[in-house]
Design a protein around this ligand. Structure first.
Ligand SMILES: Cc1cc2nc3c(=O)[nH]c(=O)nc-3n(C[C@H](O)[C@H](O)[C@H](O)COP(=O)(O)OP(=O)(O)OC[C@H]3O[C@@H](n4cnc5c(N)ncnc54)[C@H](O)[C@@H]3O)c2cc1C
Length: 478
């Protein structure tokens, strides 16, 4: 099956999917103004030219067919690096299709419990790859009262659960929130949001279902209004992507699409594998945006003639340190990759979690640094229409001038990008995304503690404290 064209991708979205926005059902998302930018963003990954299906985006499968690189199973360090290079040049819709990597990386563990589930993963992977489809990462449950477990909630549907099992399949009910691009993909790959205990078997469920399956409903939300002017909104005019509030209203899932149905010990295995690939994607984006912050901070400082001030230089050094720590964290995670029993490699789990944590925990301070250097124009700069007006334009050009080498229009574009990325609707969205997408800080703390060499650290501490032998001391303490 050849790679899809942009037109084929757009046509494939006209499949009767039940999707809502602003309180109304949208019959055809491909003609609705709300979806114009998001579909253009997603369709770019299907472009045959202009940086589209070149070596960055395509690879040959073992059968010799062309496929999108998002489906390439990394088996060498070069594969992993090629994947990261691709992630830098693809939309978030392609990014979330990385969920197929999460599934394939746990296939061995799944096979050990139930080989049929592993076959189902393999079949779904080949189907999505060979038809050049896109898939969403569908993991976050509403979770209700966080102090109670899934089966203890007042309403048993606050975590997605199996409500019926038949010879043909399972029926699932519940909702998954915040699902990136849910209305723009073909498959919803559902996983448990966390580990489940023995009495929560109905909640240990994983499967994939087409977006247009009966009973699936997607309620959309985005930071972006339908139309934005690219001068005033240089980033978000081209980059909006709705999240979906996805409801599973007694959805039938045939057995050949089920990856888990009650085997509780696999629930956390699936949840953690997705976390790794999501955080890797977040880290790749963070490496790029942190470098952009350095560039923006440098430009505004130069425009204002402040670039030699000691406080400016030290603030920029903080931004540089942040950008470099992230770049090195990603680089380390790729070089020190880990291997599954059947030879698939993935980024180093501890390194990805530590670097993603560092990014999220410090992002708001870096926004502060950039805004501190930029000044109030970040939010008060007049708009493009005022610049183009023969009445107001000359005043804007006169009073926004700084030095002869600085073009006022360029200065305005730079300020608009800072506002768009850090202080407007898109910027507000980013503040939350940095913290929550890929799991909040707590999720990374858990993974760091779980994967760090704690035994080695304790041993080192005991030796440093003069204990006779660390091992003996540890045994005595147990
Ligand atoms: C823009 C965006 C896109 C997203 N895209 C996706 C997606 O594509 N797919 C997907 O599945 N999810 C997605 N998410 C969801 C994201 O993974 C979650 O928001 C995140 O895991 C936090 O979960 P929550 O929102 O339910 O917050 P909560 O779980 O309510 O957490 C809020 C805070 O409460 C505290 N807390 C909550 N529970 C506990 C606990 N048990 N123990 C200790 N502290 C706790 C923590 O401090 C936590 O940070 C997205 C989120 C955003 C904002």
């Amino acid at each position: 099956m050849p790679l899809k064209t942009q037109e084929e991708y757009i046509a494939s979205l006209r499949d009767g999917r039940e999707t809502y926005w602003d309180g109304e059902r949208i019959e055809d998302i491909t003609t609705h103004p709300r979806f114009r930018v998001p579909i253009a963003v997603a369709a770019r990954d299907y472009a045959a030219t202009e940086g589209g299906r070149n070596a960055v985006h395509a690879y040959r499968t073992e059968a010799g067919e062309a496929a999108h690189r998002v489906f390439q199973i990394p088996r060498t360090e070069d594969d992993l690096n090629a994947r990261v290079a691709m992630m830098d040049h693809m939309s978030i819709v392609g990014g979330v299709t990385g969920v197929m990597m999460a599934l394939m990386s746990v296939k061995d563990a799944v096979a050990a419990v139930n080989p049929k589930y592993a076959e189902n993963i393999e079949r779904l992977y080949a189907y999505v790859r060979d038809n050049d489809l896109r898939a969403a990462e569908v993991i976050t449950d509403p979770k209700g009262d966080r102090s109670k477990r899934a089966h203890e909630q007042d309403d048993p549907d606050l975590y997605v659960r199996i409500v019926k099992r038949t010879d043909e399949g399972i029926v699932v009910r519940g909702a998954k929130l915040h699902i990136t691009a849910a209305s723009l993909v073909h498959e919803l790959v559902v996983m448990p949001t966390k580990g489940m205990r023995q009495d929560e078997t109905d909640y240990a469920v994983s499967f994939s279902i087409p977006v247009n399956a009966p009973g699936v409903k997607v309620i959309n939300r985005s930071f972006a209004p339908p139309e934005l002017n690219a001068f005033d909104y240089p980033s978000s005019a081209h980059h909006s992507m709705p999240e979906g509030f996805v409801v599973f209203d007694d959805v039938f899932v045939p057995w050949d699409r089920v990856f888990l149905a009650g085997e509780v010990r696999l629930a956390s295995v699936l949840a953690q594998s997705l976390g790794l690939w999501e955080r890797t994607g977040g880290l790749v984006a963070a490496v790029a945006s942190s470098k952009l912050f350095v560039g923006l901070a440098t430009l505004v400082s130069e425009y204002q003639g402040k670039e030699r001030d000691a406080h400016v230089q030290s603030t920029i050094a903080e931004l540089v340190c942040y950008a470099e720590m992230l770049r090195m964290g990603l680089d380390f995670a790729l070089r020190h990759y880990e291997t599954t029993p059947t030879g698939m490699i993935h980024p180093n789990v501890l390194a990805v979690n530590a670097a993603k944590y560092y990014y999220a925990a410090n992002y708001h301070v870096m926004v502060r640094n950039l805004q501190d250097l930029s000044g109030g124009l970040v939010v008060t700069l007049p708009e493009e229409a005022d610049l183009r007006s023969p009445v107001t334009g000359p005043y804007i050009r006169k009073y926004l001038a700084t030095k002869s080498s600085v073009d006022v229009e360029t200065r305005m574009r730079v300020y608009n990008l800072i506002r768009d990325m850090t202080a407007d609707a898109y910027g507000g969205w980013h503040l939350v995304v940095a913290l929550q997408a890929g799991g909040g800080l707590a999720a990374q703390r858990v993974m760091m503690n779980r994967t760090y060499d704690m035994a080695g650290a304790r041993e080192m501490a005991l030796r440093a404290a003069g204990a006779v032998t660390g091992e003996a001391q540890l045994k005595a303490a147990e």
